[in-house]
Write a protein that binds this ligand. Sequence first.
Ligand code: NAG
Ligand code: NAG
Length: 606
Amino acid sequence: MKVLAPLLVVLALSVQRSCSAGDDLIYGYECQQSRCVKVELDAQNFQKAISLPVCRLFCGDGVPGTIWPRPSGLVNFDNYMLTVDPDNIQFILPTLSKQAHLWAASKERFMQMLYAGVPNKNILKKGGRPLIVTVELQSTLDDVVPKLTLDTDESYTLQISSSNNSAATATITASNYFGARHGLETLSQVLIYDDIRRELQILARADIDDRPAFKWRGLLLDTSRNFFSVKSIKRTLDAMAVVKLNTFHWHITDSHSFPLEVKSQPELYKLGAYSPRKVYSHEDIADIVEYGRVRGIRVMPEFDAPAHVGEGWQHKDMIACFNAQPWKNYCVEPPCGQFDPTVEDLYPILEDIYREMFELFDPDVFHMGGDEVSVDCWNSSKRIQDWMLQKGWGLKESDFIRLWGHFQTEALNRVDTVAHSQQPSITLWTSRLTDVPYIDDYLDKERYNIQIWTTGGDSKIKDILKRGYRIIISNYDALYFDCGGPGWVQGGNNWCSPYIGWQKVYDNDLDNIAGDYKSQVLGAEAAIWSEQIDEHTLDSRFWPRASALAERLWSNPKQSWRSAEARMLYHRQRLSELDIGAESMQPEWCLQNENQCPIDAYDRKF
Ligand SMILES: *[C@@H]1O[C@H](CO)[C@@H](O)[C@H](O)[C@H]1NC(C)=O
Ligand SMILES: *[C@@H]1O[C@H](CO)[C@@H](O)[C@H](O)[C@H]1NC(C)=O
């Protein structure tokens, strides 16, 4: 990777028009020794002073400082801005008919983001250059609705130029919709509102070559412990798109509630949802899947089993230890519940659930859960004990793992029956089943990816990698965003406290975790388990921390969070402008007075 940028920061606006800032504007910025310094505006410095976004664009460390995540390839740009005519932004987009709706939605989103930073459209100056945004796809052979898979090439290039005095042109090239869409996000981050001159400006010339370091860049949301409205899920997808995260892992059901409409098994959600209003209908899900596709995001469903089931199933007589008390003896949190794998009638119902999930989500990777099975729960059932003894098994732990293996094999057969593609890739959580020696007995490495949720330093990770499995990393000591806060089954703080700061998320180096097996790391996910979070506090839990993960996964930076801090503060402001309730990280004063807050600022060379 080589990043080129002019050393001399010469700031100029190639289009100078009569300067008439509002009377209320007092401050502008100047780039001094590679940082943006706030200056009072007066008649002398007015021509030279620039707005904060323009200053941040140029006054950085080799990449335009308004871009998040940092591009991973070659970046080359000039320190000039052009004024763009807001009424004359044109798009030349691919004309594939099956993609027309995606491009229309992307264009609309681009314009919305453009105006998000403008406090009031009426004060925006008219005039300036037309902007022509051209998207060119290298492979236009198949006119199909694009689907993100593990083979999708998400790279793109962005070139901005303005060789003569007419239009500014921005050209994005990519091999498919998803890469091109990322290019539009980057473009929107170098197209800014200048509050001194009250106009839109764009970098006059830039060449950006960009691609993700990791294929799987995700967030997990649990919608069972607490329900989340479709609106709040869409808001999450909006923010994910800004930072090029590409996987929304939807942990839809659990033992607490069953908010998924299953038309062939209506009792599940009628009994299992918190209320009739707290159900995701098929229309809701189709809407969310499509909303994700537009934003370059796969919506991957998880149906967690055989543990983490309960509400909705109570009339079916196929759940062991449902709401058993004291719960601590049978599960990790109330209410307990696990499938009884010995009940033959269970599997056709699972097939119904899987069938509808595959119809709705068409997932390239399916998540079958598989975490936190309690042997004591199964062993509390006489029916299960009898079944095992009848087969000539014992009642040792290894026999119960064999029972689990039986469940997993049967359930997987049902997935394969309904899956559209031949044998979709399956993900399971780390558990007793993924421990040595059981993992070798029950889980085929060609079929299963393992999602790690132990600590990043756990030696079990190497055991799994050594065997050739591909992994997704969600080590709870860095990527469980529900950590921190009061306990809810006892006093004190919750189990994985303390709260994890964005800095730790940023520095959670996947290469370190994987050691010699880097190529088997598909990527990572940050998780929100929702016992103590609902839609009112969702945004501040995910954001801006999920952006720190996004840069780790897209750019895989060598530098620590410290080098990204100023950019992060700027980026967090952009999220706020887009109506994402991102948590505040520092006084706004620190955003306006770059590098005056960190304690080590004076040890650094500028
Ligand atoms: C620049 O001007 C030439 C000739 O006037 C024209 O053909 C060309 O399209 C222009 N380029 C851009 C980027 O507008
Ligand atoms: C299961 O319960 C039986 C008693 O019913 C006991 O002997 C056995 O050790 C238990 N198995 C495990 C793995 O705890």
